[in-house]
Design a protein around this ligand. Structure first.
Ligand SMILES: Cc1cc2nc3c(=O)[nH]c(=O)nc-3n(C[C@H](O)[C@H](O)[C@H](O)COP(=O)(O)OP(=O)(O)OC[C@H]3O[C@@H](n4cnc5c(N)ncnc54)[C@H](O)[C@@H]3O)c2cc1C
Length: 449
């Protein structure tokens, strides 16, 4: 056992709960446990809780990274039984009930009595990880800032480019993936070029930018149903977005993308800026837990958990959120939040009754609805029997996102930035740096050496 945090955790006399991940699942679990007579350690590799649904607004200059990513320590500061450990969980020993955390180059071992694993998911390139070099995904603050750098950087390159064909390439933006993130990104880039950047350049008109959305399926946001999917398509068309459905992306390189239709015909689009919003893959901790317990892990890395969210054979280990495969539950924030609360309530109940083997109740998910924006004042919302599109959908979208955004200061800053971007025509967060765009490639190169 090394390190002060590990020593504190080992010396605790109370029941020790360790939560891996301070995303939606982890944070809502910690909230349930905050007044319980136990000691909680929340471990995350980043120092912030990330509100992923608004990441695309960081990428398109509407919000700052701080608006959507409050520090975990600050969010949990009033939870007196809870400590925060920043570090990467690398291994979990289910027999010894310990895990290893790499913290600023130091290896720590942390013990637990109950474990909640809420490590979420990363981007999947469906076996083509080489695409990531040219088409960053949208999963972290680093991703969003890199994409922001690429988008605004492309307009800068177009301004100094004299060859019309090359300028066209700089002014072409391809988004791969027609789910909510892809639709939101496409709508925002179109709005940026038509509205926000008006009169910002002298050698070209930003409104001539070409925004292309490509998806292998036959509908956008299929989970919203046919009517709302159609509304999203017509909304994007009105914004001038070119949508290619039934187009499977087969190659992404420096200069563009290739896609194939079901009839075998191919399409090539020359574009300097490509954004990947297509697939997800659960945290590698899922495979680790599958290997350690014998639990089944599906091809996207999600673990088949018991109906009560426990790991088969390990009633003291819970998995929640994007890492689970249970009853076809979708990878959305509500599933993670409700799962985190369910796991925490079970642990709390066991501790309060003094019966660590108390069987847990099955997890029942209440679907509170789906929302996606298309542009300012336009969104689609599917809440219970209600299906709305347009301004009413947008008001609902705004209300729900503000409600779930963590922290009063973040809500105020977000409303202020929305006011500038949606009522005015500005993009308040357009700062970009060369490092944001280049750092990932350099780090990847370093890792390979
Ligand atoms: C761009 C985007 C837009 C989205 N929009 C919506 C939306 O509009 N509505 C909706 O409901 N859902 C949306 N989602 C999905 C939603 O964000 C996820 O379903 C939700 O975040 C899952 O919560 P989670 O707790 O499982 O994981 P996350 O919220 O991803 O949290 C996982 C945490 O674990 C940490 N972590 C991971 N691995 C380790 C490790 N080895 N060691 C330490 N820490 C680790 C991560 O740093 C992270 O903080 C969106 C997702 C994305 C990416």
């Amino acid at each position: 056992m090394t390190g002060p945090t590990a020593a504190a955790n080992a010396g605790a006399t109370r029941h020790r709960v360790v939560i891996i991940g301070a995303g939606f699942g982890g944070l809502f679990a910690a909230r349930v446990l905050k007044n319980a007579p136990l000691s909680v350690t929340v471990i995350d590799r980043t120092n912030h809780h990330l509100f992923q649904p608004l990441l695309y607004q960081v990428a398109t200059g509407i919000l700052s990274e701080g608006d959507v990513a409050p520090p975990i320590r600050d969010v949990l500061r009033k939870y007196r039984n809870t400590e925060v450990l920043i570090g990467d969980v690398t291994t979990i020993d289910l027999e010894r009930r310990t895990l290893n955390v790499v913290n600023l180059g130091e290896d720590l071992e942390v013990e637990y009595d109950s474990l909640i694993v809420a490590a979420g998911a990363g981007q999947s390139y469906f076996g083509h990880s080489d695409f990531s070099r040219w088409a960053p995904g949208m999963k972290s603050i680093d991703d969003a800032l890199e994409i922001r750098g690429r988008i605004f950087g492309a307009f800068e390159m177009a301004e100094r480019e004299t060859d019309p064909a090359k300028r066209r390439e700089w002014l072409t933006f391809v988004i791969v993936g027609g789910g909510p993130t892809g639709v939101e990104m496409a709508g925002q880039i179109a709005e940026l070029s038509h509205r926000s950047l008006h009169r910002n350049f002298r050698h070209f008109d930003p409104a001539t930018a070409r925004v292309v959305l490509v998806d292998a399926g036959d509908a956008l946001i299929p989970a919203f149903g046919k009517r709302l999917s159609g509304k999203a398509l017509s909304g994007l068309h009105k914004l001038g977005v070119e949508v290619h459905l039934n187009s499977l992306v087969t190659n992404v390189d420096e200069n563009g993308i290739d896609a194939k239709a079901p009839d075998g015909s191919t399409m090539h689009i020359e574009a300097q800026t490509k954004i990947w919003a297509a697939g997800v893959e659960a945290s590698s901790l899922g495979k680790l837990l599958g290997d350690g317990s014998g639990a089944e892990v599906d091809r996207t890395g999600r673990v088949k958990v018991n109906p009560d969210l426990t790991l088969p054979g390990h009633p003291e280990v819970f998995l929640v959120g994007d890492m689970i495969n249970l009853n076809k539950l979708p990878g959305v924030a509500e599933v993670a939040m409700q799962g985190g609360m369910h796991a925490a309530r079970t642990i709390k109940h066991r501790v309060e009754t003094g019966n660590p083997n108390l069987p847990a109740k099955a997890f029942h998910y209440r679907n509170l609805g789906d929302l996606a924006t298309i542009s300012r004042f336009q969104a689609v919302a599917h809440i219970g029997p209600i299906k709305v599109a347009g301004f009413v959908g947008w008001l609902l979208w705004m209300f729900v996102h503000l409600t779930f955004l963590t922290g009063f200061k973040n809500r105020v800053a977000t409303v202020f930035n929305w006011f500038i971007a949606f009522v005015g025509r500005g993009r308040p967060q357009r700062t970009i740096t060369r490092q944001q765009v280049l750092a990932r490639s350099v780090l990847q190169q370093q890792d390979r050496q």
